[in-house]
Design a protein around this ligand. Structure first.
Ligand code: AMP
Length: 277
């Protein structure tokens, strides 16, 4: 597996594999089994898989955890290798933002997708996500790019960008990987102590209660949201809503085109989860 740190090295790598299909998995590192499932999916379906490790400053707000976000490059490189990746791209901030963070063209997703839910709590978060993802797409030029359904709003906004800007990239949505107690894996789970971990398990319980309602055709959003909220008692819930694929709230679940999205805080740790119906 090749470790690529510069744009020049990336260009040489691509030239050497120019007739091959490239699968791309963008990550912020601190890899876990969720990331590895994306990498393995890419490895099985492309000639070449490139994983990026980059903690993107433009998607963090000023009071967020950019400085303390877990960074474990050596371990991540080993994990990428074990998952079968062909290259890992580890750019520096200066390399991806050579003109500075505040002196370049910025992308804004539509407000009604980006200023709600996560965007209401993290202003400009999705603009920062699109900035870095578009730069990486342009540098890597993949046929397929792999994103987790766990970050549902991010996935839907990236699909919107690809569609609106006519990018010739297939976005592959990957299922959420969970631990043995059904908690969605997240790089931020390492901040949970054992008491907060037990509290966090209310989130998968809420999801299970929503699924059981939908399974018996109880499709009223309010009922499902209330059942989920009942399970979340004791957590600070930022939102718990049924939405469609445009992130608009809806009165009834429509199978195959709606989801329950949840963000809740356990102490200082903010956890996201969702369930696609
Ligand atoms: P991150 O490093 O948090 O930016 O995540 C990189 C990619 O991994 C994103 O597409 C995430 O949605 C995806 N991802 C994160 N956690 C999981 C998980 N538990 N299962 C599947 N994919 C995940």
């Amino acid at each position: 597996m090749q470790i690529i740190r510069t744009i020049e090295e990336l260009r040489v790598f691509k030239k050497n594999h120019c007739s091959k299909s490239i699968g791309f998995v963008p990550t912020m590192g601190a890899l876990h089994l969720g990331h590895l499932s994306l990498i393995k999916n890419s490895v099985s379906n492309n000639d070449i898989t490139i994983v990026s490790l980059f903690v993107n400053p433009t998607q963090f707000g000023v009071n967020e955890d950019f400085d303390i976000y877990p960074r474990m490059e050596d371990k991540d490189i080993e994990l990428c290798k074990s998952a079968g990746a062909d290259a890992v791209f580890i750019p520096s901030i200066d390399m991806l933002y050579p003109n500075g963070l505040d002196n370049e063209v910025i992308l804004f997703p539509p407000k009604k997708m980006a200023n709600v839910f996560e965007g209401a709590f993290r202003s400009n978060h999705f603009s920062g996500v699109l900035r870095v993802v578009l730069k990486l797409f342009n540098l890597i030029n993949p046929s397929n790019a792999y994103f987790g359904k766990k970050d549902a709003q991010q996935l839907l906004i990236i699909k919107k960008m690809v569609n609106d800007l006519f990018l010739d990239i297939n976005i592959v949505s990957c299922d959420t990987i969970r631990d043995k107690n059904n908690l969605a894996l997240s790089s931020r789970n390492i901040y949970l102590d054992s008491r907060s971990y037990e509290m966090a398990l209310k989130i998968p319980q809420a999801i299970r209660s929503a699924i059981s309602l939908v399974m018996v055709n109880n499709l009223e959003s309010k009922k499902i949201e209330n059942a989920a909220l009942d399970c979340l008692k004791g957590l600070d819930v930022d939102y718990c809503n049924i939405v469609d694929l445009n992130l608009e709230t809806i009165d009834m679940v429509k199978k195959d085109s709606s989801l329950l999205i949840i963000a809740a805080r356990v102490g200082k740790v903010r956890l996201l989860d969702n369930c696609w119906f």
